[in-house]
Design a protein around this ligand. Structure first.
Ligand code: SAM
Ligand code: SF4
Ligand code: SF4
Length: 354
């Protein structure tokens, strides 16, 4: 029998009636940031050289992440995405993939990476159980790639994408943030690149994540604009959102050339179907990408608590969730009141994970 304060678990998933939040949204997707560190300095995400990095002792261990993931799966979470910062800078990430991929049958595990270290790690990640991967790639021009990422090398990322395909990952999706005046002239080149290499292209509207980027609405190339540019060259048919709750609206090429997705986070917000919960690398539970704070699960975990009690706490947080930041932002942007990103002190994207 478990004692109430037993931090150890018997590695079993404890199924519990899934909770929904105040808007009826289930907690089906968990995004885990495995580190706040990154080998790039993308202008739209973390443009500064130095941040106040998390103390390494504050970062969740693989054991702690696995335990929390198991608790979430018991609460009805069916998708886990690893992210960061850059997840591949966390040492021995394949070991965490191995632990998570064995959590439950029919359970979906994926990872988002900038691809710089992917060529060397794709094989071990695949062997550990990773099948689905998203690689961020905003440009196919080496000079522009350097300007956007500051520290990145395009050839290394392209090699990483090739290696992910070679080892058998499927699908390999490409994420591109489109910013006016920076890379909107490459939308068709990116689509052609994806079609030629059997990759799935995902375009993302530029957002005011964190507090470090210099976002303004005029820099966001809208979902509608992106769609029109692609449609004019490659006719598309709308498929809709995967499982009704994915951020991207998917489209298929009428000529059979595959699919693309467009994430209209700013101009076509999808809060009403948002099933995503986030865990920061230092163990804070955050219920919205634009949240100002989170709940310190690590402190609760390290203080000694049973899995059942942990489930109760997480379920209570989720049940009280009322987040709809992007809906409200769009209402403000569309009204005379306007919207000032700096009025909102958000957690940085590198801490939260995208
Ligand atoms: N480092 C990894 C990467 O770049 O793929 C994972 C973390 S990154 C924060 C996750 C995703 O967020 C990336 O696809 C990135 O392009 C996206 N992202 C970062 N800043 C963004 C912004 N201001 N607007 C829209 N997407 C953004
Ligand atoms: Fe790093 Fe990803 Fe942010 Fe770029 S988008 S700075 S690669 S965390
Ligand atoms: Fe979900 Fe928050 Fe984004 Fe809305 S703003 S879709 S609630 S993460």
């Amino acid at each position: 029998m478990k004692t109430p304060n037993a931090p150890a678990t018997d590695n079993e998933i404890i199924p519990r009636m899934p909770s929904t939040d105040t808007m009826g949204r289930p907690m089906s997707d968990l995004r885990i940031s495995v580190t706040d560190r990154c080998n790039f300095r993308c202008t739209y995400c973390m443009p500064f050289d130095e941040y106040t990095w998390m103390d390494r002792h504050e970062v969740l261990s693989f054991e702690e992440i696995e335990r929390l993931a198991r608790v979430f799966v018991g609460l009805g979470t069916s998708h886990i995405r690893l992210t960061g910062g850059e997840p591949l800078v966390r040492s021995n990430l394949d070991q965490l993939i191995g632990r998570l991929s064995r959590l439950a049958p029919n359970f979906d595990l994926s990872l988002t990476t900038n691809g710089a270290l992917l060529a060397e790690q794709a094989g071990s990640l695949y062997d550990a159980g990773l099948r689905r991967i998203n690689v961020s790639l905003d440009t196919l021009k080496p000079g522009r790639f350097k300007e956007i990422t500051k520290r990145g090398n395009l050839d290394e990322v392209l090699a990483g994408i090739r290696q992910a395909k070679k080892v058998g990952m499927s699908p390999v999706k490409i994420n591109a943030v489109i910013i006016r005046g920076i890379n909107e002239d490459e939308i068709l080149d990116l689509v052609t690149f994806a079609r030629t290499n059997a990759l799935e292209m995902r375009f993302i509207e530029y957002m005011d994540v964190g507090n470090a980027n210099a976002w303004s609405l005029d820099k966001t190339v809208t979902k509608k604009e992106i769609l029109e540019i692609v449609q004019a060259r490659f006719p598309l048919r709308e498929i809709g959102r995967a499982e009704g709750s994915a951020p991207a609206v998917d489209y298929e090429f009428i000529d059979g050339g595959g699919e693309i997705g467009i994430i209209g986070s700013v101009t076509e917000p999808f809060c009403s179907s948002c099933t995503r919960v986030r865990l920061t690398a230092d163990g804070k539970l955050v219920t919205c990408l634009f949240a100002e704070t989170g709940v310190d699960l690590k402190a609760i975990l390290r203080g000694g608590i049973s899995d059942e009690e942990l489930q109760e706490k997480i379920a209570a947080i989720w049940t009280g969730r009322a987040d709809r930041y992007s809906d409200l932002r769009w209402e403000s942007l569309s009204s005379s009141a306007g919207y000032r990103p700096r009025d909102h002190k958000k957690i940085e994207m590198i801490t939260l994970g995208g």
